[in-house]
Write a protein that binds this ligand. Structure first.
Ligand SMILES: [Mg+2]
Length: 162
């Protein structure tokens, strides 16, 4: 299984999109609306059916998983069965420690982290950092696909099937 640890603020929503909504007369003061190009990028990556999403965003503290899935769907992300959980919440730790804890207690072949922050500690090498003004783009998901596919090739070579 390939895992994406997904932040939401600055990844699925973005400063520029919030400003655009405001200027269009449909302000989104809580920044709940996702950036259309980020939705498109995530959907492109999710064409790989081995990918599952674990939400690392603080949204996980106030949204039940079913509510979050519905919101993702409403915003155009095709994910109902792809969001499989949340990272644990350790308020005094870095986000990276929460991710490491999840990895230690679940099986996972490979992973990437999408986040606009860098507080990833030891798992920082798997971080694909977004710009919070822009959010997730095709550039980010193409890089993620390379990383996730490479791990699969390494695995196939290791078990001698390729
Ligand atoms: Mg963020």
């Amino acid at each position: 299984m390939k895992i994406i640890f997904l932040d939401i603020d600055g990844v699925m929503n973005s400063g520029n999109h919030c400003i655009a909504l405001y200027n269009a007369g449909t302000p989104d003061f809580r920044c709940r609306r996702f950036t259309p190009q980020s939705v498109k990028a995530l959907n492109w990556l999710l064409q790989d059916e081995e990918i599952r999403i674990v939400v690392s965003s603080t949204w996980r503290l106030s949204w039940k998983i079913d509510e979050l899935k519905k919101h993702f769907e409403k915003e155009g992300v095709e994910v109902a069965d792809r969001i499989i959980g949340y990272t644990p919440n350790f308020p005094r730790e870095k986000r990276g420690a929460e991710i490491q804890h999840w990895l230690a207690s679940h099986s996972c072949d490979t992973f990437v982290i999408f986040d606009d922050d860098s507080d990833m500690g030891e798992v920082k090498k798997r971080l694909i950092k977004t710009d919070n003004r822009v959010g997730l783009t095709m550039k980010h998901v193409r890089r993620a696909k390379k990383w996730l596919d490479k791990a699969n090739q390494d695995m196939k070579q290791a078990i001698g099937s390729e």
